[in-house]
Design a protein. Sequence first.
Length: 243
Amino acid sequence: MGKRTRPALFTVLAGTMLAVLAAGPGPVSAQQGEAFRLDDRGGRRDRDRYLRANPSKVIATELAFARTAQEKGQWTAFAQFAADDAVMFVPQPVLAKEWLKKQQNPAQAVRWQPHQVWSSCDGSLAVTKGAWQRPDGSVGYFTTVWARQKNHEYKWVMDQGDVLQQPLEVPELIGASSADCGRVDPFAFPAAEGGSRREGRSKDNSLVWSATVDAAGARTVSVRMWQGGEMKEVFSGRVAAAS
């Protein structure tokens, strides 16, 4: 895989994964339970399920993605877990499935491990960050956006990363954070000045992301989450243009 996008495969301590799964998705607020829409007469018109954050499922999907890359091939796994409109950077943004059709799997897939997941309150969108290692010894980080599908499974919609001079510190446990529930003030990223912009948000607007690429190929990525009555930036990264 090229320098500017996330590679593939997973290695994680069994105890870490068990701890995450055992922790579960956390308590449910009144807004995250089952709600009903009412018609003008006050009757039940249709039932609308507001699903809750489920970071353990996102992590399990990330690990399955990584494992599939080892078992079936790097680009095969990327295509299998990608949403139809997924975007990756090479370094300019491309539709992932179209680009992946033209790629051949490398002889040995890159390995990766999730370190952190941020989820919207309703669980419709989540972002993972972690570390990767190539067979040649180089290391880096990745950031991946996951969107919940109609079948309640997750597919990735944006993937990016970069090389690091030193590996990320390995956490004792995979971190998991969910946005606050309740009223969310609208948030809009500043207008992009030149280049191209990709962005997205959860259905409840409690998690938003943006990736801007300038004409030279430099990329800026931001993830914000609703916490304490404001949108707080939980991830920010810049990838320099290829020399």
